[in-house]
Design a binder for this molecule. Sequence first.
Ligand SMILES: Nc1ncnc2c1ncn2[C@@H]1O[C@H](COP(=O)(O)OP(=O)(O)OP(=O)(O)O)[C@@H](O)[C@H]1O
Length: 354
Amino acid sequence: MSVFSEEKTHILVSGLVKRYPGAQAPAIAGVDLAIRRGEIFGIIGRSGAGKSSLLRTFNRLELPTEGSVQVAGQDVGSLTGASLMQLRRRIGMIFQHFNLLSAKTAFGNVALPLKVAGVGRDEIERRVTELLDLVGLADKRDAYPAQLSGGQKQRVGIARALVHRPEILLCDEATSALDPESTDAILTLLRDINSRLGLTIVLITHEMSVIHEICHRVVVLDQGRVVEEGEVWNIFGAPQHDVTRALLRTLQKTIPGDLREGLLDQPQASDDRLVLDLHYTGGQGRGPDLAGLVEALGSGVELLFGGIDRIQGHGQGHLLVAIERRGRSDADILARVQSLSDDVRKLGYVPDRI
Ligand SMILES: Nc1ncnc2c1ncn2[C@@H]1O[C@H](COP(=O)(O)OP(=O)(O)OP(=O)(O)O)[C@@H](O)[C@H]1O
């Protein structure tokens, strides 16, 4: 039995290397990846990590230098002529700057690939109307791109990408040019398309909130290699690699300046309280258990700051607590709370009242 039917793999990347002429280092330096049918899969990494190069090999906008990309068991690199055109119809793509033709209306932009493919007038009318309806633009069919907002332009881009009823949608920074409200609306639309049409969606983004919002799994690239890969809640809850931690920093709630500045390295008075940072990765069903904290330490626990997020049903985040020491050693207090979170860090001390 092939790997495709066994694992429901939709896109299989094996030993992929992409070297551009004249470049010193390869853009992709040996990537293996299996993207499942029907999932929303994110690709993240710093600028120049190779995200676009990888995505563009999926629909043969780039040819692998070594290794292979298979879509539903078909080796993309070996396709030519009609079979390559067929593949491209099975894979829609949307872009950061929409790539719409300014002289054509919303209807005209969506209809164009069908016209090129020789589809008849009535069928074009039927399908484009249906698609504009799907993306919520039925009332804008005669509007030109200049008359549309960024979010509406991306909706036209999505409708156009779906004209050939593709099985895969590639999104290259599809929401990066949009304001937060339009971004939310486009993400909702992508999630809807994923569940209603069963489309596999692969997206590149530098916005970690996009991964958080809609992706099931994510891969982190660095210098053309995979440094981390897995379920979003797992990667976000317990990032293993420095690059991942740096990328996710934008999502973290940093400790407010007044609290950080008020922290003492050593206790100055006997009633100065110990400040601990309790982390929850969302694994093993462990969540913030305030009653457990009070039970382990007595009532002298004050919640100073923190936040718990939920990703894919897993609660994760951190809580900063000030604990009355009451003559106990720090080691004793740490031992009492150790089992109540996934990681606990001692941050310092604060006075009795802050
Ligand atoms: N057509 C090209 N010719 C030569 N070098 C290229 C070409 N496209 C990309 N590169 C190089 O390959 C490396 C990876 O680029 P790529 O665009 O895939 O990265 P990226 O992670 O998508 O970056 P960004 O987030 O900045 O878009 C970079 O060093 C880039 O300069």
